[in-house]
Every structure is written in C-alpha cells, then in structure tokens.
Ligand binder design. Structure first.
Ligand SMILES: NC(=O)c1ccc[n+]([C@@H]2O[C@H](COP(=O)([O-])OP(=O)(O)OC[C@H]3O[C@@H](n4cnc5c(N)ncnc54)[C@H](O)[C@@H]3O)[C@@H](O)[C@H]2O)c1
Length: 322
C-alpha cells in the first residue's frame, strides 16, 4: 500500500491536479501538499490534502513519515514571469528554498526519488527551435533563474530524479473534473476562451510583426494530460534508472497566437475580440521543443492536437466559468 503512495507538492494547482487524477487512475494514492496560495481545495479530489508551505522541511518530513510515499512529484512553485521580475526574492524562496526543503525532508525520511516540473524558460532566448535538452541555457527572467537553480540543486542532491521541462501546458481534463484555474491568468488559451465566453477582457495580442509566417509568436502547446502521462512514465523510469534525467515535454509542433485564436473561434463558434498591442520585452518569436529524448527514453508521445486542447479547455471554461 505504502509503495503506491506519491507525495504531490502543488497538487491543488493546474498541472498537479491533473497528475493526481492520472495517478489515481493508475492505482496510486496521491497525497497533495499545498498551501493553496494559488491552488484550489476544490481541485483536490483524488487523495488527501495536507495544507502546508513547501518551504517547511519539518512539515514535509511529517507528511512523509505518515504516508511513506514511494516518490515525490514536485509542482509547488510560483509561476508568473512578470511577477518574478517584481518579486525575485519570493520566487527564489519558494522555487529554490521549497525544493531544498523537499530534498531535506526526503533525506530525513529515506524517500529517494523525485520528479519535478522544469520549464522551457531555462533556455536561452537565442537557442534556435526546435530546442533539444542540450540547447544553450540562459534564463531571461527571475522565474527561469529560480527553475534553473532548482535543477542545479537536484543535480547535486544525489537523489534519483527526473526534470520534465514543459513548454506551454494547455487543455483540461476532458471529463471537466479539473482544469486551468490561475488568478491572475497569464496563459493564452484560457484567456482566449475567457474572452470567447464573455467572462474575460478583450484579448491582447502582443506583437504582430515578428519574423513568423503570420507575424505572431509561435509556441509549442501541449495537453496537460500528455504532461501527466509523462510523469507516470518518469516514475517507471526511476524504478530501473539511477541518477538524474532531463526531458523536454512538447509536441515538436509550433502554433502561432493567430492560429490559437482561429482554433478557438472554430471550437467555440463565438466571436473573439482582439486588440494588437506592442511586443512584450523578452518574448522570442518561436519556441518549440524537440521531444525526441523523452520519446526514446520514456516511450512517451504527446497525443493531443491544439484543437483537442482548446476543445477540452473550452468545456472546462463553460462548466467552471473561471
Ligand atoms: N502551466 C505551464 O504552462 C507550465 C509550464 C512550465 C512549467 N510549469 C511548472 O509546472 C508547475 C505547476 O504549474 P501550474 O501551472 O500547475 O501552477 P499552479 O499555480 O496552478 O500550481 C502551483 C501550485 O503550487 C502551490 N504553491 C505555490 N507556492 C507554494 C508554497 N510555498 N507552498 C505550498 N504550495 C505552494 C500553489 O498553491 C498551486 O496549487 C510549476 O512548478 C511551474 O513552474 C508550468
């Protein structure tokens, strides 16, 4: 029984809650550890919730002593790039200090495996797409800095670990039991759909003069359930592999902001008001993953198209009105 328990930090958040559902489906008990600063109690449906700060190593150790998890999946983090510029010390405290606390608690309780949320924000803005894991690393903001410091800490920790560098997570549970619920929401797909549903402001498109086919930025959107599937495969990977492993999670195909908006218009059947704003500093024209390493080592593949991601996200927005 104990072997089937996974400690999920940040399990009340967007990606974490989808992973909890996938874990439960696979026969695991996900124990969520979250302070609900950005997450939601209502999204914790597949196992117990322990409310606590991820920087509290003693609190984490107590939960590990009680539940004896086979591994930790670590999602708890602050994730808003713009906020990280204004509040870098908070990002360092939560994203690096929180990871340090998780590792301290693991050492104390003899938990030896961890899977963490990395991000494409660690790559240099000069790295050409498609981006492999060996592309130049040079985060462009404090959020990316904090995630890179987290990676370094893991590398030095001696624990068996997998770092999954997500590109742009999108979509929602097709059964609408959970979905994307950020406040503030900074991601394109939910903001396009909020505009379509009339519950969000007019969509701002930042820059239409980039050197891309339609002038708008191109990103690699990946269904949150494809990300969840990779976490289960990463867990399996750590049963037979020691050391540290880094994988990109993306589809390998880019879609422009205009394509996302057009897809949303088609899926929702609604008009989506858009204004064109100046470019945002730090946005690169194209950011697309090369997911070959994860495909080869984990036997993983992103399955859901952009259309599917927008369809599932739209169902969630209609039901939840968030
Ligand atoms: N959403 C994306 O597109 C994306 C892309 C790349 C990487 N990531 C990474 O994936 C992870 C999950 O992202 P998300 O979009 O689900 O974010 P989210 O904000 O929905 O979830 C993060 C969760 O962590 C919790 N948390 C934050 N600070 C905490 C603290 N001090 N103590 C305890 N819990 C705390 C929040 O309450 C929330 O439930 C993050 O580590 C993020 O950096 C996300």
């Amino acid at each position: 029984m104990a072997e089937k328990t996974i400690l999920v930090t940040g399990g009340a958040g967007y990606v974490g809650s989808h992973v909890c559902k996938a874990l439960a489906r696979a026969g695991f008990t996900p124990v969520t550890y979250d302070n609900l600063i950005r997450g939601h109690r209502a999204l914790v449906k597949w196992g117990p919730l322990v409310i606590g700060d991820v920087c509290d190593a003693n609190g984490l150790a107590e939960v590990m002593a009680q539940h004896r998890p086979a591994a930790v999946m670590h999602f708890a983090a602050l994730t808003v790039v713009g906020e990280s510029v204004l509040y870098p010390e908070g990002y360092l405290r939560t994203n690096v200090g929180g990871t340090a606390a998780v590792l301290t608690a693991m050492r104390k309780q003899n938990v030896s495996r961890i899977i963490v949320s990395g991000t494409a924000a660690v790559y240099s803005t000069l790295a050409p797409s498609p981006i492999t894991e060996d592309a130049p690393i040079a985060p462009a903001n404090p959020y990316g800095d904090s995630k890179l410091a987290m990676e370094k800490l893991l590398g030095e920790s001696g624990f068996g670990h997998v770092i999954l560098r997500y590109f742009n997570a999108a979509g929602a549970d097709p059964e609408t039991e959970t979905g994307e619920w950020h406040e503030p929401e900074t991601h394109l797909v939910p903001n396009v759909l909020r505009a379509a549903a009339g519950i969000g402001p007019t969509l701002k498109m930042f820059g239409d003069d980039y050197p891309t086919p339609d002038g708008t930025c191109v990103r690699d959107y990946i269904h949150v359930n494809d990300i969840a599937a990779a976490h289960l495969l990463a867990l399996k990977h750590l049963e037979s592999q020691t050391g540290g492993h880094i994988f990109n999670l993306g589809t390998g195909t880019g879609h422009s902001v205009r394509e996302v908006i057009d897809t949303a218009r088609r899926v929702t059947g609604k008009p989506i008001p858009v204004t064109v704003e100046p470019r945002r500093p730090g946005d690169v024209p194209v950011l697309v993953a090369d997911p070959a390493r994860a495909m080869k080592a984990l036997g993983w593949e992103a399955r859901a198209s952009l259309e599917q991601q927008v369809t599932d996200a739209w169902r969630w927005v209609q039901k939840s009105q968030v």
